[in-house]
Ligand binder design. Sequence first.
Ligand SMILES: [Ca+2]
Ligand SMILES: [Ca+2]
Ligand SMILES: [Ca+2]
Length: 284
Amino acid sequence: MFDNLTGKGVIKAAEYFIDLLGAPGTGVAMLARDGSLNTTHEAVTGVVAPGVYFALGNGTHTIYVRGQDALGNWGSAATTAFVKDALGPVASAVTASPNSTSTPPTISAQIDDRTMGGNKIKGAEFFIDSIGAAGTGISMSAKDGTFNTAYEKVLAAISTAIFSNLSQGLHTIYLHGQDAAGNWGAMAGTTFTKLGSNLAALSQAQPVAASAAATTRTATFASAASPNLSVSAAPASQQVARLVPASLASSPSSTLLGERAALGRSRQLRAAQLLDAVFANWRS
Ligand SMILES: [Ca+2]
Ligand SMILES: [Ca+2]
Ligand SMILES: [Ca+2]
């Protein structure tokens, strides 16, 4: 801010307004950066009070700044803009791959701030089974190597150490991202099943559907202590036919619980005798 062109002396005052330019002299006073308004050219600073900032809506805001010379003349206002972003980015498309596994899966997702303030993504993290304090989860990397845009794909592998401490069975991933303004977003999630070695062999031995329309067949073990074989995402009739040897499927000693499930819905075969036979069949 300077007044050496109009020749009216030193800068006497400066003020700013947010979004609406008010009458001269009614703005928020600004200070000389060098501590004293005493020359014709001054750099000035002002702080937006926390309460004022908090009350602002999310989005773009305009700052108006103007100065006053020693004769009391206010100059025209200059403007700049800033974006208030108090919204965390959206996490979506969370996957664990493989999601039925005896080895640590890789977790991936998308983090998007484009509709949540538009800041760059700073990072992402996930928790397994229980949500901890933001910033204390397992941190993730940008898939393209750098967090530098408002939309990033992220990924991270579960470490062998962490995976080995998980019980067999179903686990839940809770994942969220953080924008460059420091806002953490809401959690998104997925699940994966940790298999024992025998079950892994069983899972890997499933026939892969030749048809693109058919879904992947997976076998999962709900609990080491409870011999439930959960088969999902395939026509129930195919599941039974593919998983259970024909001789066992027709055996009167096998017990099949549950009605025929619709496509994509899981069902359980709870029959220890049947399972033992199935596992023995696939056991290496
Ligand atoms: Ca000065
Ligand atoms: Ca944001
Ligand atoms: Ca990037």
